[in-house]
Design a protein around this ligand. Structure first.
Ligand code: G3H
Ligand code: 13P
Ligand code: ZN
Length: 316
């Protein structure tokens, strides 16, 4: 069942975070649904601009529509990840999505507000929920001073003003994470102190953590042992998710970790079966491994086991 993202946030706020997983293809979709059902978790499927153009947006949407029939017990929202204005309008018009993210975080404060506000008006008119971003994620280089690094984080005062003036429904905050497999250069770490300040300014308001892959060292070692070359890859400590949830984080974005599972499975499979050229055997292994990965992640997020309680909220 595809549901409204805001409803999922209402259920989760302060107690657990919902996993927001990026998908691009059929095998990821299968593993994702199985893993969430195995762990009895509500979840968010998110689709980036790149994912929409990897095959065709309608292929990906069709796949998700089919999943509603194939996995009738699943409860999930469908979200546009890092949308620009046109992508958001296209998704709003399509009538398929639960929510969109307008990412104008690269624009200055006033312009980010103006862009976000336009998307909020269009989305709310059609019943969609909107996420926006304030602050700058990632790209924190080792040579950058502490003051410079801090300036990229979300300013709690600005966060309050941003939410009030845009009418946005949730806010992606920059608290030290970055996208991809190389996070936290030098002494950088997750800034729970900044998150706590933001929550004080926006009590009860859903916050979103991007760049939240854990980049498990065991996964990296297996990829490298099977011919990969990922040097110095590291990620977010998944043990911190529940603390983040208690400070208002209701959505945690994870993409890179899933790509690492895919890379490990396929590298190992073809190393062990050099004579093979059939795509289905490693595809089968991947679906099973991805499902296991999703179920494990939901345990860390606290979303595992919440499915029936969410169903009751939605049907009461
Ligand atoms: O934050 C970005 C997501 O990981 C999506 O990545 O734009 O390569 O699909 P992508
Ligand atoms: P990761 O690269 O850490 O998986 O972050 C994904 C993300 O933030 C998608 O919006
Ligand atoms: Zn992101």
């Amino acid at each position: 069942m595809i549901v409204n993202t805001k409803k999922l946030f209402e259920h989760a706020y302060g107690k657990y975070a919902i996993g927001a997983y990026n998908i691009n293809n059929l095998e990821q979709a299968m593993g994702l649904f199985r893993g969430n059902l195995d762990s009895q978790a509500p979840f968010i499927i998110q689709i980036s601009k790149g994912a929409r153009s990897y095959t065709h947006k309608k292929m990906l949407e069709g796949l998700i529509k089919s999943a509603v029939d194939v996995f009738p017990d699943a409860i999930f929202a469908v979200h546009i990840d890092h949308g620009d204005e046109n992508t958001c309008y296209d998704a709003i018009e399509s009538g398929f999505y639960s929510s969109v993210m307008i990412d104008a975080s690269h624009e200055d404060f006033e312009s980010n507000i103006a862009t976000t506000k336009r998307v909020v008006e269009a989305a709310h008119a059609k019943g969609l929920v909107v996420e926006a971003e304030l602050g700058m994620l990632g790209g924190v280089e080792e040579h950058i001073s502490v003051q410079e690094a801090d300036a990229k984080l979300t300013d709690p005062e600005q966060a309050n003003e941003f939410v009030e003036r845009t009418g946005v429904d949730s806010l992606a905050v920059a608290i030290g994470t970055s996208h991809g497999a190389y996070k936290f250069s030098g002494s950088q770490a997750l800034r729970m102190d900044v998150l706590a300040e933001i929550q004080k300014k926006l009590p009860g308001f859903p916050l979103v953590m991007h760049g939240s892959s854990s980049v498990p060292q065991e996964e990296v070692a297996r990829i490298n042992a099977a011919g990969g070359n990922l040097k110095g890859a590291k990620g977010v400590d998944a043990e911190q998710f529940k603390h983040a949830a208690s400070l208002g984080v209701t959505k945690v974005n994870i993409d890179t970790d899933g790509r690492l599972v895919w890379t490990r499975v396929h590298r190992e499979y073809f190393l062990e079966h050099p004579e093979n050229f059939d795509l289905r055997p490693p595809g089968k292994v991947f679906m099973g491994e991805y499902a296991k990965f999703i179920a494990g992640k939901n345990e860390k997020l606290g979303s595992a086991g919440q499915l029936e309680s969410v169903r009751k909220l939605l049907t009461s």
